[in-house]
Design a binder for this molecule. Structure first.
Ligand SMILES: C[S@@+](CC[C@H](N)C(=O)[O-])C[C@H]1O[C@@H](n2cnc3c(N)ncnc32)[C@H](O)[C@@H]1O
Length: 200
């Protein structure tokens, strides 16, 4: 598998194969938010990409950690990066969101594709969130989320302001969930936000 890059992130060595999302500002903001999570137990990293968040959660003591991605190459990346960082409790599931997932999790993290761009299969699945507002994957994730959170479970969802903050709060309300903004950062053209979400 040709390597595109090697990064050192929070003392982890993360190798990025061709065709897998290169961790960026959104990844780093979500990692910062996860650093403050006090809960432990079973974790799920939705859209695991290189596996950087899954490996980080395993290093923080979550066990096991499922990495889910629609892109099968992510499975190779997660396995490779787990080995490089002496982690042996990550499991990869190749599926569309929760479609092959059973059970409940104490922590669910998701750095989704959120840019308002038409989704063209695996070519841009890492960043394209559909037109007009980039919410296609976010909304499907939130519709199912409550069925996969343990009673005290926490989900950390990143999005951009352009996706609509009120839209997320309204959907959470309709699904019996509560969301608080726990991290944010302003980039040149975006304001990235992390919601911490719990069952009501
Ligand atoms: C912005 S990248 C984040 C990658 C990594 N978690 C990170 O933070 O660096 C979004 C990831 O979600 C995956 N993805 C997109 N749509 C998905 C879906 N419907 N089900 C599962 N994974 C999906 C992409 O393949 C990509 O790896």
């Amino acid at each position: 598998m040709p390597l595109r890059d090697v990064l050192i992130i929070k003392q982890m060595r993360i190798e990025i194969p061709e065709g897998v999302y290169r961790p960026a500002e959104d990844t780093f903001l979500l990692l910062d938010a996860l650093n403050n999570a006090c809960i432990r137990g079973k974790a799920l990293d939705m859209g695991t990409g290189s596996g950087v968040i899954a490996v980080y959660l395993a290093k923080k003591g979550f066990d096991p950690v499922l990495g889910v991605d629609i892109n099968p190459v992510s499975g190779i990346a997660l396995r490779m990066n787990s080995i490089k960082n002496n982690i042996d409790n990550t499991i990869f599931v190749n599926c569309d969101l929760f479609s092959s997932i059973r059970g409940r999790f104490d922590l669910i993290a998701f750095n989704p594709p959120y840019l308002p761009e038409e989704i063209r299969g695996l070519a841009n699945v890492a960043w394209a969130g559909g037109l007009p507002s980039g919410r296609r994957v976010i909304d499907r994730f939130l519709l199912d989320l409550r069925n996969y959170l343990s009673p005290k479970g926490e989900a950390y969802l990143l999005q951009t302001e352009r996706n609509g903050v009120q839209e997320t709060l309204d959907l959470l309300e309709r699904r019996g969930l509560r969301g608080d903004v726990v991290a944010e950062t302003r980039l040149m053209f975006e304001r990235l936000i992390v919601f911490k979400i719990k069952l009501r």
